[in-house]
Design a binder for this molecule. Structure first.
Ligand code: 4VN
Length: 325
């Protein structure tokens, strides 16, 4: 008894914002952004909320898989930029795609969110209680970014992606996982602090705080924790890098991918990358890249090829997963 990925999909807003357009109102430059992050442009949603992006990605996933929304047994959305605190973005997506009254909930693990959601979903599927499960990562980071803060505004973008899981008689697609958090360092990347009421507490009621990031410490954390997580995963599963088709890492910064590849002593080409087109879409970055590789034929569902997924970011959280397609 097991679980397999039977469909991928993604959706990004139409509006492209180039580095040059950011130069018009931020003290930054295309040269700085590209050389320090690898980002050339990003998608920005002006009217579509996180649930809208996720619903469009979900419809593509279901079409690609040839499965009707009414067959879906649960909907999980990984996001740090939900439409609301409540209702969950997942419940809004469930309604938008016409999935019956099924279990729907959000997972907030920032840029590791899709890894967390996929791990949770696989356990639900392994219970044998569901035939299909929909797992999405979606963000409208442009809602929570401080567009006056050049150190963060240039990094993020909007988008959604995901997979459809199906119960199967074969072994599970998850061959191993290594998932962590460290709340003691959570304040290195914050967004959306829900303030106390002015009536009862000393703090004045303020709008949800915008994203703030200690870039240096997050960068250093990533370079230290991600290689160790991947090494622990390959040791745990007895996997050689030669067996791995590619590594799909959270698209946070191209220099980080190079630094992780160097620490792992693997070619940087083992790491797929599309950060130049979308920037950092947090929980959406891994599923968008996975879908692009499947849509482009570089990866084939059902091929049994091995792929490593790895996420890292706010929480702090980090997690790696060895899957077979
Ligand atoms: O001065 C420079 O070179 C700057 C130095 C700071 N930079 C950073 C810092 C942190 C991140 C980042 C963000 C998240 C959140 O999803 C997760 C994981 C990471 Cl590693 C991305 N870039 C940009 C270039």
């Amino acid at each position: 008894m097991g679980t397999k990925i039977v469909g991928t999909g993604s959706y990004v807003p139409e509006r492209v914002i180039s580095n040059e357009q950011l130069e018009l109102f931020l003290e930054t430059s295309d040269e700085w952004i590209q050389s320090r992050t690898g980002i050339k442009e990003r998608r920005i949603s002006d009217t579509e909320d996180t649930s809208d992006l996720c619903a469009k990605a979900a419809k593509q996933i279901l079409t690609n898989a040839g499965v009707d929304a009414k067959e879906v047994g649960f909907v999980i959305v990984a996001t740090m930029s939900p439409d609301y605190l409540s209702p969950s973005t997942a419940s809004l997506v469930q309604d938008k795609i016409g999935a019956h009254s099924v279990m729907s909930f959000d997972v907030n693990a920032a840029c590791s969110g899709f890894i967390y959601a996929l791990s949770i979903a696989e356990k639900l599927m392994q219970s044998g209680s569901f035939r299909y499960g929909l797992v999405l990562g979606g963000e409208v980071m442009s809602k929570i970014v401080d567009w006056n803060d050049r150190s963060t505004a240039v990094l993020f973008g909007d988008g959604a992606g995901g997979v459809l899981l199906e119960h199967t008689s074969e072994e599970s697609f998850v061959l191993g996982e290594d998932i962590h958090a460290d709340g003691s360092r959570g304040e290195a990347l914050t967004a959306g602090k829900v303030a106390f009421s002015e009536k009862w507490g000393p703090q004045p009621a303020t709008p949800l705080d915008l994203l703030q990031m200690d870039g240096r410490s997050i960068f250093d954390f990533a370079i230290r924790s991600v290689p160790k997580s991947i090494m622990d995963l390959t040791e745990k599963t007895g996997t050689q890098f030669e067996e791995v088709e590619c590594i799909i890492a959270h698209q946070a910064n191209y220099r980080i991918l190079k630094a992780i590849a160097k620490k792992l002593k693997v070619p940087v080409e083992l790491f797929a990358s599309n950060i130049h087109k979308y920037g950092n879409t947090s929980a959406a970055s891994i599923p968008i890249l996975l879908d692009e590789l499947v849509a482009g034929g570089e990866l084939v569902l059902g091929s049994k090829k091995k792929v490593i997924l790895t996420g890292f970011g706010g929480g702090l959280t980090w997690g790696s997963m060895l899957i077979q397609l």
